[in-house]
Design a protein around this ligand. Structure first.
Ligand SMILES: Nc1ncnc2c1ncn2[C@@H]1O[C@H](COP(=O)(O)OP(=O)(O)OP(=O)(O)O)[C@@H](O)[C@H]1O
Ligand SMILES: [Mg+2]
Length: 359
C-alpha cells in the first residue's frame, strides 16, 4: 500500500485517537476516505439492508462480496452460514462485524480472506477476484495481500516473538525492511519482548505479536476474528488502539469481528449480521449506540422468528430509530471510544460508498 509510512505514533489511549466523524487527517480531504465525514450530521437510521450492491464495486472498497453464499453439509444437516451477502468493506477503514453466535461472522471473514471457499458468489480483494482461485493462488495471495489475526493468537510456539512477526516475509522469501519492522514493533510495544517465545508472553503480548505479524508485510487488508476475545479489558484496549491507529495513521484497512460493543466502538463502521445475512450498519459508532442497535436488531429478529414480521425486514424502524440516542449520557470520549461523534445508523450498504461519492 503506497500510502504507508514507517512512522507509527505510539499514543495508545482512546482519547488520543482520531475520531472518524471529526475530520481526521487520514480521512478528511481524501475523496476515498471521507465517507464517515460525509455522513456527519445525518440523522440516525436503522433500516433493513438492501439486497444488492452495484457490481463491480467502486475503488473505495478494499474487499467486496457479491451474492456470497456458504452452505455447510447436505440434507437435513445443511447449514446456510452465509445467504447471498453483498458487502463493501471500506479502504482505509476499521470495520467491525457483530452478530449473534452462529450468524456467519467467521464464515464471512474466512471466505473474504481466502481461508474458505464460498459455495457461490464472488469475493474481490483489492481489485482481485479471489473466489475462483486455486489453493496455490490463494496461499500466495494470503502471504502478500491479506493479514489475519485469530482469537487464539496462533503463534508458532518454537519461534521467538521477532521470528513470529517476520514469519510471513520469511515464508514468502521477502526481505525484512528493518525500519518497517522497528516501527511495527514500537507501535505494539514489544521492543523488550522480541526474544521471548509465546509461552513467555502474556495473552495481550501474544496478540500484539499476532497483530504485528499480520501487518508486517503491509497487506491490503487485515481480518481479525475476535482479536480481543481472550484478553482482559486493558490488553484489549492496547490491541484495539493499535488496530485503530494502524488505520488512521497508516491507511491500513482492518475488518474485525467482535461481540463487545466497547471493542466495536473503535471502528469507523459496524456491520450487523444475523442468520447469514447482513442486516444493518452503524456509522461513527460509540458503545452506547452499538448496544442500542444490538438490542433493537435482536428484538426485531425475535419478532421475525416468532412470525410477527416478514423475513428480511426490521420491524418498526421508527421505534428502532428512537432507541439510538443522539448523545451518550454520562459518557466521555475517553471512557467510550468513538463517543462524541453522534450516532449514524443506516441500513447496511444503503448509500454506503467507501469512496464517498455515493454517500
Ligand atoms: N465447518 C463447518 N461445518 C459445518 N457447519 C459449520 C462449519 N463452520 C461453521 N458452520 C456453521 O455455520 C454457521 C455460521 O458459523 P460461524 O462460525 O460463521 O458463526 P459466527 O457468527 O462466527 O459465530 P460465533 O460468534 O459463535 O463465532 C453456524 O451455524 C455454524 O455451526
Ligand atoms: Mg466466529
Amino acid at each position: 500500500m503506497g500510502r504507508h509510512t514507517n512512522a507509527i505514533p505510539e499514543d495508545d489511549s482512546p482519547a488520543g485517537r482520531h475520531e472518524p466523524g471529526a475530520g481526521t487527517p487520514t480521512h478528511a480531504g481524501t475523496p476515498t476516505h471521507n465517507r464517515a465525514a460525509a455522513h456527519a450530521g445525518a440523522p440516525a437510521q436503522l433500516r433493513p439492508a438492501p439486497a444488492h450492491l452495484p457490481d463491480p464495486p467502486g475503488d473505495g472498497a478494499i474487499a467486496s462480496a457479491r451474492g456470497l453464499t456458504k452452505v455447510y453439509g447436505a440434507g437435513n444437516t445443511q447449514v446456510r452460514a452465509l445467504d447471498a451477502v453483498d458487502v463493501d468493506l471500506g479502504r482505509g477503514e476499521l470495520t467491525a462485524i457483530m452478530g449473534p453466535s452462529g450468524s456467519g461472522k467467521s464464515t464471512l471473514m474466512h471466505c473474504m480472506a481466502g481461508l474458505d471457499s464460498p459455495t457461490s458468489g464472488s469475493v474481490v480483494v483489492d481489485g482481485v477476484e479471489i473466489s475462483r482461485m486455486s489453493q496455490r493462488q490463494l496461499t500466495k495471495l494470503r502471504r502478500t495481500r491479506i493479514g489475519f489475526v485469530f482469537q487464539a493468537y496462533n503463534l508458532v510456539p518454537t519461534l521467538t516473538a521477532a521470528e513470529n512477526i517476520t514469519l510471513p516475509l520469511d515464508i514468502a522469501r521477502r526481505p525484512v525492511d528493518q525500519a518497517r519492522f522497528d516501527a511495527v514493533v514500537r507501535a505494539v510495544g514489544l521492543e523488550d519482548r522480541l526474544h521471548h517465545r509465546p509461552s513467555e508472553l502474556s495473552g495481550g503480548q501474544q496478540q500484539r505479536v499476532a497483530c504485528a505479524r499480520a501487518l508486517i508485510a503491509e497487506p491490503s487488508v487485515v481480518f481479525a476474528d475476535e482479536p480481543t476475545g481472550n484478553l482482559d479489558s486493558r490488553a484489549a484496549a492496547e490491541v484495539l488502539g493499535f488496530l485503530r491507529r494502524s488505520v488512521d495513521d497508516l491507511g491500513h484497512s482492518v475488518v474485525m469481528v467482535t461481540h463487545e460493543a466497547s471493542a466495536a466502538a473503535y471502528a469507523h463502521r459496524v456491520l450487523f449480521l444475523a442468520d447469514g445475512r447482513l442486516e444493518a450498519e452503524l456509522l461513527r459508532p460509540d458503545a452506547a449506540t452499538i448496544l442500542d442497535a444490538l438490542g433493537a436488531l435482536g428484538a426485531a429478529r425475535e419478532r421475525r422468528l416468532a412470525g410477527d414480521a416478514p423475513a428480511g425486514t426490521t420491524a418498526e424502524p421508527a421505534a428502532v430509530l428512537g432507541a439510538v440516542p443522539a448523545a451518550v449520557p454520562g459518557a466521555s470520549p475517553a471512557e467510550v471510544p468513538g463517543a462524541g461523534a453522534g450516532p449514524g445508523a443506516v441500513p447496511a450498504n444503503a448509500g454506503h460508498d467507501p469512496s464517498g461519492h455515493r454517500a
